[in-house]
Design a protein around this ligand. Structure first.
Ligand code: SF4
Ligand code: SF4
Length: 109
């Protein structure tokens, strides 16, 4: 369901309700982010826990494997890094300050 930009408060759906499945993909929640997950490929076992748990569908999987993070949708909550088992205790997703990552060339896509 889309809401016109000039809608009044009575036209906006009650918060907390998900009116259609998969609607998170429509929202660019990346603007909220302070930290961002950075992928460490050598530690990734492609379990896709990050894809499963991300609340914003920001983890992109391809052919059954981790592919990339959609930073337009990633709000930096850190759930993916928390659930990532990594390899031998070494995480394949680590949270870094957004401005530090951007300065190092890993800018938002
Ligand atoms: S949770 Fe970690 S190890 Fe699993 S696919 Fe995601 S990045 Fe790779
Ligand atoms: S930090 Fe991870 S779990 Fe949270 S929105 Fe970004 S990709 Fe998804």
């Amino acid at each position: 369901m889309s809401v016109p930009k000039d809608a009044g408060w009575k036209d906006v759906p009650i918060a907390g309700r998900i009116l259609e499945p998969g609607s998170a993909a429509k929202y660019e929640t990346g603007g909220w982010r302070t930290y961002r997950p950075q992928h460490v490929p050598e530690n990734c076992i492609h379990c896709l826990f990050c894809w499963l748990y991300c609340p914003d569908m920001a983890v992109i999987a391809k052919d059954g494997k981790f592919s990339e993070i959609n930073y337009r949708a990633c709000k930096g909550c850190g759930v993916c890094a928390q659930v990532c088992p990594g390899k031998r205790g070494n995480k394949a997703l680590v949270m870094v300050l957004d401005e530090v990552a951007a300065a190092s060339g890993n800018d938002a896509k």
